[in-house]
Design a protein around this ligand. Structure first.
Ligand SMILES: [Fe+2]
Length: 279
């Protein structure tokens, strides 16, 4: 049976200082503010036509999104996530990070025959960011392919969100639950650590080699590549066949709410997943 998950729609990061977050994500990533509410502690940015990035500053006794209050949603802490770029922009990205005074680390995730250099750095809140090249001519296109959006000169030329990595304390239970309770397509496990890769698309695929596909990574709460942690209490949005996911979530008995065709679910590990209908 094919997965009801269509693509990665957005993610929410927890920050302790909203103006600082807005400065970083507008100046370094060149994202445009779509919605800003200082009192609610919320800033949302457009990444491309299909994806968003949101910052939530926790405010006592005040949910950032009242709609999700019953699920006690929070932004992710110390999340590892990746951006898609043109491979030919990698060198310019390193120079731009230098110009912004941000330390970075380059790691080649490819093979000697087909290198896949990727660059890691941190935002001011301890979220671990990655820049990963995509081959726009690859036939493995996601539902909403990476897009040119014309970032400002001094901003990183990102095309889309590529992956999100979440921490799970009970790894074996997670590995059974994510496919069963939501329909995520398990593609692969790393041989050397508790690290599962889920393809955000109808069928499991192999990662790497420039694929423009999007990914959900799930790993144990250990430090991974480039000192990156997986996120705790993450809030992640996916495009999906919502009715199919709802049937699974109900069978699983997970706390959820359905509003205007959007399904929000609290995972037992404290992550809140939202499933949005296709655009
Ligand atoms: Fe990564």
């Amino acid at each position: 049976m094919s997965s009801p998950i269509l693509d990665l729609a957005g993610l929410t990061l927890e920050v302790n200082h909203l103006p600082r977050g807005v400065r970083f994500y507008t100046q370094v990533l060149g994202l445009e503010v779509q919605h800003l509410d200082e009192a609610a502690g919320v800033a949302r940015f457009g990444v491309n036509a299909a994806q968003t990035l949101t910052l939530w500053k926790p405010v006592t006794r005040q949910p950032n999104d009242p709609r999700l209050a019953p699920l006690r949603a929070r932004g992710a802490s110390h999340l590892h996530y990746a951006w898609q770029i043109h491979p030919s922009d990698l060198e310019r990205c390193k120079a731009l990070l230098d110009a912004h005074g941000l330390p970075w680390q380059e790691i080649d995730l490819g093979t000697p025959e087909r290198p896949d250099p990727t660059v890691y750095f941190f935002d001011p809140f301890g979220h671990g960011l990655e820049l990963r090249g995509v081959d726009l001519d690859d036939e493995r296109q996601p539902t909403y392919p990476p897009e040119e959006t014309g970032r400002p000169e001094q901003a990183l030329p990102v095309l889309g969100l590529r992956e999100v990595a979440l921490a799970f304390g009970d790894y074996p239970a997670m590995k059974e639950r994510l496919p069963r309770a939501y329909g995520f397509a398990l593609a692969k496990e790393q041989p050397d650590r508790d690290f599962a890769q889920f393809t955000l698309g109808p069928a499991p695929e192999l990662d790497g080699n420039g694929t423009p596909r999007r990914w959900l990574y799930a790993w144990d709460p250990q430090v991974g590549l480039a000192d990156m942690l997986g996120g705790d209490h993450a809030h992640v949005q996916f495009y999906a066949q919502v009715e199919q996911v709802r049937a699974r979530v109900e069978a699983e008995g997970l706390p959820h709410l359905l509003e205007e065709g959007r399904l929000a679910v609290r995972d037992p590990e404290g992550h809140v997943f939202e499933f949005l209908p296709p655009r």
